[in-house]
Ligand binder design. Sequence first.
Ligand SMILES: Cc1ncc(C[n+]2csc(CCOP(=O)(O)OP(=O)(O)O)c2C)c(N)n1
Length: 354
Amino acid sequence: MSGSHRLHQNDRCDDEAAQAMGAEAMRSAFQQMTTIRRFEERAAREYASGKISGFCHLYIGQEAVAVGALLATRPTDHVITAYRDHGHALIRGCTPRSCMSELFGKATGCAKGRGGSMHMFAAEHGYHGGHGIVGAHIPLATGFGWALKYSGKDDVALCFFGEGALNQGAFYESLNLASLWSLPVVYIVENNKYAMGTSLERASAVTELWKKAEGFAMPGVLLDGMDVAVTWKVMGEAIKRGREEKRPTFVEARCYRFRGHSMSDPAKYRTTEEVDDFKQVDPIALCKASLIHFSWASDDECEKWDEEALDAAADAAAFASDAPQPRLADVGEWVYSNPQTWTPDEATFPHKRD
Ligand SMILES: Cc1ncc(C[n+]2csc(CCOP(=O)(O)OP(=O)(O)O)c2C)c(N)n1
């Protein structure tokens, strides 16, 4: 079952990687991961109570991948991901209030209520979504890489996707061009072992995914995505390669989602023993253990940060609940570059909201 997938065996992050990362970044990592975890636990509650509808894919268990990777970036770098996007959004320019509002479909949402769970955006912070079609955003990342190289900037683009995207044609086309044209893109597959209910072993002839990089003549790296310090360190090296050498890297971050594929998944395709086994290496617990081991934070401080995260999530839910619905008159705005000019009428939209 989990043996070959779970890389981590210790009860804290890798010491060498943690020391390289240092106290300040490790403290930030804990706070960011806790913010994501508590936000999503709250979102799950709001979903169950009917305040959120549509698809909703939680990132719980995978927080170290986005947090470790994005802590290794600078604000001008570009980030794009698939539909499991709340975590990336929360640390790349979207506030808990704007994310929760988006989940509620409210006008105060980061995509003005147009996108919902799968389409969080903060383009002004270089965060380009949130994409629902498996693999469809990978070519966009290659495009960012091309634009960066063409304009002579030394920023990089980071592209996250699940292992379910790896047998899409877009993946091969995009990585081939990135290598051929020497583009500064880091492609990160968040290998959480399942694409919906289908395990990697059932769907892919190659299960050591990082080895696929060889087919594109680019460096391929495997990392433990439950360990935020290792993720930060390895991602830092890949980002440096992009920035300085204008070379892409393909990274396999092996991780695990603790919840079902989406809110409507009873997750019957895996055993509770397997889930419990991965909970032994909960990324937040590993990070906290390192903070305490190196005396970089106390138990009380971690407790305080956790309470702050709980408060931020509760505040976000209250804010989103009271926030206004999008106005029907604006329905064509922010969807196309040339907004629709017609005025919606009652017959077309009988559930007019304002
Ligand atoms: C092109 C396409 N085919 C099918 C789907 C339906 N679908 C939604 S999620 C998903 C599984 C993707 O799994 P993975 O890429 O591993 O991401 P994870 O959910 O594990 O984060 C599928 C097949 C889709 N959204 N797009």
